[in-house]
Design a protein. Structure first.
Length: 349
């Protein structure tokens, strides 16, 4: 399962790419806290360079007069870093931010964008972000474990003999402590422009479709579809890794992914993981979800608690498609959510 985002993996990538019409050495560009992978003309995929915790990956769409950012990242500090780092690929100002959904690692940078920037999200995203999202498990699970993790890292540092490994561990400690400081600044800022079920932006020759296909990872998931480029930006509705499911609607998620697969695209830019091609991974994830549901339902009927059931769910058959699967057992938050909805279904609004 996706590791807690407060734990930062240190991975420095090097190289630069073609940008703004200038020929550079082939490869992704690293600028400050971000690594920019060029996916198509004017379309980039921003990921962490290893210098700070940025949370979600952010697709960037550069149009004739402005840039559009999908997901404002995990903290105001990360969002400011993204805006600064964007100068490496464009001098055009950010004018649009799209929240792919309401989770903290995608939308807690919203507050740094001023009145010249339109923050857009699904109507449910605004509703969710007007509630106590900083008191809910999904957010708290990113901050509460950090002190214990830092203590464990410091013990490893004290025992580590290899200078490079020690330096890497020290960077993880620094990044984790920085994250705890950065979240103190967060003021949850919902999108000011909402839609349902779709909105189309036409920016010069580029058509940008914002689509709500149904409940899945959350009840707020927005897909950004670029029909001409045949690219879809999926947030956490579809990742290249196993998506967090603590707020999911798992049965509906499978059907929502059917609607995603019906779109005419060949490239997926997900909220976490890496850019991937085709629809095979989506089909594999649908099978994964069906299998999780079947196993959890059977274990629930046997009378197991959600946390005990989570330890017994065996998804290793999907390891070839999702390499983050290490062994038997899945995130207890996903199983608790299945149990919760079985006991208290949430009707669609």
């Amino acid at each position: 399962m996706r590791a807690c985002l407060a734990a930062v993996l240190v991975a420095i990538f090097a190289g630069v790419m073609w940008m703004d019409g200038r020929a550079q050495t082939a490869g992704p560009l690293v600028s400050g806290a971000h690594r920019f992978e060029k996916v198509a003309e004017g379309i980039y995929y921003a990921t962490a360079s290893g210098t700070m915790n940025v949370g979600a990956n952010s697709p960037i769409v550069i149009n004739d007069d402005e840039a559009l950012v999908i997901d404002s990242e995990i903290t105001p500090a990360a969002a400011r870093a993204l805006v600064a780092d964007l100068k490496a690929i464009t001098n055009k100002p950010v004018r649009y931010v799209v929240d792919s959904h309401y989770h903290y690692d995608h939308a807690f940078g919203n507050q740094i964008f001023g009145p010249d920037v339109q923050v857009i999200g699904h109507v449910n995203t605004r509703k969710r972000m007007l509630t106590n999202v900083m008191e809910q498990y999904t957010y708290l699970s990113s901050v509460q474990p950090v002190p214990a993790r830092v203590d464990a890292l410091r013990k490893r540092i004290a025992e580590e003999k290899d200078p490079q490994q020690k330096a890497a561990l020290e960077r993880q400690v620094a990044n984790s402590l920085a994250y705890l400081e950065q979240v103190k600044e967060v003021k949850v800022t919902p999108p000011s422009l909402t839609f349902h079920p779709m909105m189309t932006l036409t920016r010069g020759p580029r058509e940008i479709q914002l689509l709500y296909l149904g409940r899945g990872h959350t009840d707020t998931d927005v897909v950004v579809f670029l029909p001409k480029e045949r690219i879809v930006c999926t947030g956490d509705l579809m990742e290249s890794v196993i998506s967090y499911a603590g707020d999911a609607y798992m049965e509906e998620w499978i059907a929502t992914l059917d609607k995603l697969r019906a779109l005419d695209f060949d490239t997926v830019m997900p909220g976490h993981g890496v850019v991937f091609k085709g629809k095979g991974k989506i089909e594999a994830f649908q099978k994964y979800l069906r299998d999780v549901l079947a196993q959890v339902t059977a274990l629930r009927k046997q009378g197991l608690s959600a946390d005990d059931a989570a330890q017994k769910v065996d998804m290793t058959a999907y390891r070839s498609e999702f390499v983050s699967i290490r062994g038997i057992g899945i995130d207890p938050a996903a199983v608790r959510r299945i149990y919760q909805l079985a006991d208290h279904p949430e009707p669609a609004h």
